[in-house]
Design a protein around this ligand. Structure first.
Ligand SMILES: C[S@@+](CC[C@H](N)C(=O)[O-])C[C@H]1O[C@@H](n2cnc3c(N)ncnc32)[C@H](O)[C@@H]1O
Length: 220
Protein backbone atom coordinates (compact mmCIF):
# COMPACT_ATOMS: atom_id res chain seq x y z
CA UNK A 1 0.00 0.00 0.00
CA UNK A 2 1.39 3.41 -0.95
CA UNK A 3 0.55 6.17 1.52
CA UNK A 4 0.99 9.90 1.01
CA UNK A 5 3.30 12.02 3.17
CA UNK A 6 0.23 13.63 4.76
CA UNK A 7 -1.16 10.20 5.66
CA UNK A 8 2.22 9.19 7.09
CA UNK A 9 2.30 12.29 9.30
CA UNK A 10 -1.22 11.55 10.57
CA UNK A 11 -0.23 7.90 11.13
CA UNK A 12 2.66 8.86 13.42
CA UNK A 13 0.53 11.51 15.17
CA UNK A 14 3.70 12.83 16.78
CA UNK A 15 4.27 16.40 17.85
CA UNK A 16 7.70 18.07 17.64
CA UNK A 17 8.03 17.72 21.43
CA UNK A 18 7.90 13.94 21.08
CA UNK A 19 10.62 13.96 18.42
CA UNK A 20 12.76 16.13 20.73
CA UNK A 21 12.06 13.77 23.64
CA UNK A 22 13.14 10.75 21.58
CA UNK A 23 16.27 12.56 20.40
CA UNK A 24 17.34 13.39 23.96
CA UNK A 25 16.20 10.05 25.42
CA UNK A 26 19.75 8.74 25.75
CA UNK A 27 21.92 11.28 27.53
CA UNK A 28 25.56 11.99 26.70
CA UNK A 29 28.43 12.02 29.18
CA UNK A 30 31.07 14.68 29.83
CA UNK A 31 33.52 13.20 27.29
CA UNK A 32 30.97 13.46 24.48
CA UNK A 33 29.93 16.95 25.55
CA UNK A 34 33.56 18.14 25.53
CA UNK A 35 34.04 16.57 22.07
CA UNK A 36 30.96 18.46 20.84
CA UNK A 37 32.43 21.75 22.07
CA UNK A 38 35.64 21.10 20.10
CA UNK A 39 33.60 20.05 17.04
CA UNK A 40 31.71 23.36 17.15
CA UNK A 41 35.05 25.25 17.21
CA UNK A 42 36.11 23.69 13.88
CA UNK A 43 32.62 23.30 12.36
CA UNK A 44 32.77 19.51 12.12
CA UNK A 45 29.05 18.92 12.65
CA UNK A 46 28.65 15.74 14.73
CA UNK A 47 25.88 13.15 14.77
CA UNK A 48 23.09 13.95 17.21
CA UNK A 49 22.67 11.84 20.32
CA UNK A 50 19.73 9.97 18.70
CA UNK A 51 21.83 8.85 15.72
CA UNK A 52 24.77 8.17 18.04
CA UNK A 53 22.66 5.90 20.21
CA UNK A 54 21.30 4.14 17.11
CA UNK A 55 24.86 3.52 15.87
CA UNK A 56 25.89 2.15 19.27
CA UNK A 57 22.82 -0.09 19.27
CA UNK A 58 23.46 -1.50 15.78
CA UNK A 59 27.17 -2.06 16.50
CA UNK A 60 26.17 -3.96 19.65
CA UNK A 61 23.42 -5.93 17.91
CA UNK A 62 25.78 -7.34 15.28
CA UNK A 63 28.76 -7.63 17.72
CA UNK A 64 30.79 -5.46 15.39
CA UNK A 65 34.51 -6.07 15.52
CA UNK A 66 35.76 -4.27 12.41
CA UNK A 67 34.14 -0.94 11.61
CA UNK A 68 34.93 1.70 8.97
CA UNK A 69 33.94 5.31 9.50
CA UNK A 70 34.05 7.92 6.75
CA UNK A 71 34.25 11.36 8.37
CA UNK A 72 35.96 11.07 11.76
CA UNK A 73 35.13 14.68 12.63
CA UNK A 74 36.03 15.30 16.26
CA UNK A 75 35.19 11.75 17.30
CA UNK A 76 31.57 11.90 18.47
CA UNK A 77 30.22 9.14 16.19
CA UNK A 78 33.43 7.16 16.72
CA UNK A 79 32.88 7.17 20.48
CA UNK A 80 29.27 6.03 20.09
CA UNK A 81 30.32 3.26 17.69
CA UNK A 82 33.11 2.01 19.94
CA UNK A 83 30.72 1.88 22.91
CA UNK A 84 28.61 -0.65 20.98
CA UNK A 85 31.41 -2.63 19.36
CA UNK A 86 33.12 -5.64 20.89
CA UNK A 87 35.78 -4.62 23.44
CA UNK A 88 38.48 -5.92 21.07
CA UNK A 89 36.90 -4.18 18.07
CA UNK A 90 38.88 -1.81 15.85
CA UNK A 91 37.51 1.40 14.37
CA UNK A 92 39.15 2.41 11.07
CA UNK A 93 38.26 6.04 10.60
CA UNK A 94 39.05 8.31 7.64
CA UNK A 95 39.03 12.10 7.44
CA UNK A 96 40.49 14.60 5.03
CA UNK A 97 41.10 17.18 7.81
CA UNK A 98 44.07 16.40 10.05
CA UNK A 99 42.88 18.95 12.64
CA UNK A 100 39.56 17.14 13.08
CA UNK A 101 41.36 13.85 13.63
CA UNK A 102 43.66 15.51 16.15
CA UNK A 103 40.61 16.54 18.17
CA UNK A 104 39.09 13.06 17.74
CA UNK A 105 42.26 11.60 19.23
CA UNK A 106 41.85 13.88 22.26
CA UNK A 107 38.27 12.61 22.71
CA UNK A 108 39.32 8.96 22.38
CA UNK A 109 42.10 9.50 24.96
CA UNK A 110 39.69 11.23 27.34
CA UNK A 111 37.33 8.26 26.99
CA UNK A 112 40.14 5.86 27.87
CA UNK A 113 40.03 4.11 24.49
CA UNK A 114 43.08 1.86 24.02
CA UNK A 115 45.22 3.14 21.12
CA UNK A 116 45.09 -0.22 19.31
CA UNK A 117 41.31 0.12 19.01
CA UNK A 118 41.49 3.05 16.58
CA UNK A 119 43.12 3.30 13.18
CA UNK A 120 43.01 6.99 12.21
CA UNK A 121 43.67 7.36 8.48
CA UNK A 122 44.10 10.89 7.13
CA UNK A 123 43.05 11.43 3.53
CA UNK A 124 40.25 11.55 1.04
CA UNK A 125 37.71 8.75 1.48
CA UNK A 126 37.66 7.77 -2.18
CA UNK A 127 41.44 7.36 -2.15
CA UNK A 128 41.57 5.45 1.15
CA UNK A 129 38.54 3.11 0.87
CA UNK A 130 39.78 1.16 -2.20
CA UNK A 131 42.84 0.15 -0.14
CA UNK A 132 40.71 -1.57 2.55
CA UNK A 133 40.04 -5.33 2.42
CA UNK A 134 36.91 -6.74 0.72
CA UNK A 135 34.35 -8.42 2.99
CA UNK A 136 36.37 -7.73 6.15
CA UNK A 137 34.06 -5.25 7.90
CA UNK A 138 30.92 -5.62 10.01
CA UNK A 139 29.77 -2.01 9.78
CA UNK A 140 30.53 0.99 7.55
CA UNK A 141 29.35 4.39 8.75
CA UNK A 142 29.29 7.19 6.16
CA UNK A 143 29.37 10.84 7.28
CA UNK A 144 31.86 12.48 4.89
CA UNK A 145 31.18 14.47 1.71
CA UNK A 146 27.47 14.17 0.86
CA UNK A 147 28.23 14.42 -2.87
CA UNK A 148 30.20 11.19 -2.57
CA UNK A 149 27.48 9.14 -0.83
CA UNK A 150 26.72 7.04 -3.98
CA UNK A 151 30.42 6.07 -4.23
CA UNK A 152 30.61 5.40 -0.47
CA UNK A 153 27.71 2.98 -0.92
CA UNK A 154 29.57 1.08 -3.68
CA UNK A 155 32.66 0.85 -1.49
CA UNK A 156 30.66 -0.14 1.59
CA UNK A 157 28.95 -3.03 -0.20
CA UNK A 158 32.39 -4.30 -1.23
CA UNK A 159 33.86 -3.89 2.26
CA UNK A 160 31.02 -5.51 4.22
CA UNK A 161 30.73 -9.18 5.12
CA UNK A 162 27.33 -10.67 4.48
CA UNK A 163 25.10 -9.64 7.40
CA UNK A 164 27.13 -6.43 7.81
CA UNK A 165 25.46 -3.01 7.97
CA UNK A 166 26.04 0.27 6.17
CA UNK A 167 24.77 3.52 7.74
CA UNK A 168 24.50 7.04 6.30
CA UNK A 169 24.01 10.11 8.48
CA UNK A 170 22.12 13.17 7.19
CA UNK A 171 19.85 11.01 5.05
CA UNK A 172 17.00 13.49 5.46
CA UNK A 173 19.44 16.41 4.89
CA UNK A 174 17.75 19.22 6.78
CA UNK A 175 14.28 18.40 5.35
CA UNK A 176 15.56 18.86 1.79
CA UNK A 177 15.37 15.19 0.76
CA UNK A 178 11.61 15.07 1.35
CA UNK A 179 10.98 18.29 -0.56
CA UNK A 180 10.80 17.50 -4.30
CA UNK A 181 11.43 21.15 -5.23
CA UNK A 182 14.96 20.97 -3.77
CA UNK A 183 17.43 19.80 -6.40
CA UNK A 184 20.89 20.91 -5.26
CA UNK A 185 23.72 18.43 -5.94
CA UNK A 186 24.06 17.20 -2.34
CA UNK A 187 20.33 16.55 -1.96
CA UNK A 188 20.30 14.71 -5.30
CA UNK A 189 23.28 12.56 -4.25
CA UNK A 190 21.56 11.61 -0.99
CA UNK A 191 18.27 10.84 -2.81
CA UNK A 192 20.18 8.67 -5.28
CA UNK A 193 21.78 6.77 -2.38
CA UNK A 194 18.42 6.26 -0.68
CA UNK A 195 16.76 4.89 -3.80
CA UNK A 196 19.70 2.63 -4.69
CA UNK A 197 19.64 1.16 -1.18
CA UNK A 198 15.84 0.78 -1.14
CA UNK A 199 15.72 -0.86 -4.58
CA UNK A 200 18.65 -3.21 -4.10
CA UNK A 201 17.90 -6.93 -3.84
CA UNK A 202 21.12 -7.45 -1.88
CA UNK A 203 20.33 -4.88 0.85
CA UNK A 204 17.65 -4.74 3.54
CA UNK A 205 16.89 -1.03 4.09
CA UNK A 206 15.61 1.08 6.98
CA UNK A 207 15.39 4.88 7.13
CA UNK A 208 15.34 6.03 10.75
CA UNK A 209 14.06 9.58 11.38
CA UNK A 210 16.56 10.20 14.18
CA UNK A 211 18.53 13.42 14.13
CA UNK A 212 18.99 14.45 10.49
CA UNK A 213 18.01 10.97 9.29
CA UNK A 214 19.98 7.73 9.54
CA UNK A 215 19.78 5.33 6.61
CA UNK A 216 20.65 1.74 7.54
CA UNK A 217 21.00 -1.26 5.26
CA UNK A 218 22.07 -4.81 5.98
CA UNK A 219 23.94 -6.73 3.29
CA UNK A 220 22.07 -10.00 2.71
C1 LIG B 1 29.85 15.81 9.49
S1 LIG B 1 31.55 15.73 9.85
C2 LIG B 1 31.75 14.18 10.64
C3 LIG B 1 31.30 14.16 12.06
C4 LIG B 1 31.61 12.87 12.80
N1 LIG B 1 31.09 11.73 12.09
C5 LIG B 1 31.05 12.95 14.20
O1 LIG B 1 29.88 12.56 14.42
O2 LIG B 1 31.74 13.44 15.08
C6 LIG B 1 32.19 15.39 8.27
C7 LIG B 1 33.66 15.08 8.24
O3 LIG B 1 33.97 14.54 6.96
C8 LIG B 1 35.22 15.02 6.57
N2 LIG B 1 35.27 14.93 5.09
C9 LIG B 1 34.67 15.74 4.19
N3 LIG B 1 34.93 15.31 2.95
C10 LIG B 1 35.70 14.21 3.07
C11 LIG B 1 36.31 13.32 2.14
N4 LIG B 1 36.14 13.48 0.83
N5 LIG B 1 37.05 12.30 2.61
C12 LIG B 1 37.21 12.13 3.96
N6 LIG B 1 36.67 12.94 4.89
C13 LIG B 1 35.93 13.97 4.45
C14 LIG B 1 35.28 16.44 7.10
O4 LIG B 1 36.60 16.89 7.23
C15 LIG B 1 34.55 16.30 8.43
O5 LIG B 1 35.44 16.09 9.48
Amino acid sequence: MIITIEEAIIATGLKPASWAYAEAFIDEDEVLRAARTRAAEVSAVPVGSGAGAALRFVAGLISAKNVVEIGTGCGISGLWLMRGMRPDGVLTTVDIEAEHQRFAKVAFNEAGVAPQRVRLIPGSALEVLPRLTDGHYDLVFCDGDKLEYPQYLEQAVRLLRSGGVVAFDNSLWHDKVADPSVKDPETLAIRETLSTVRDSDSLLALLLPVGDGLLLAQKR
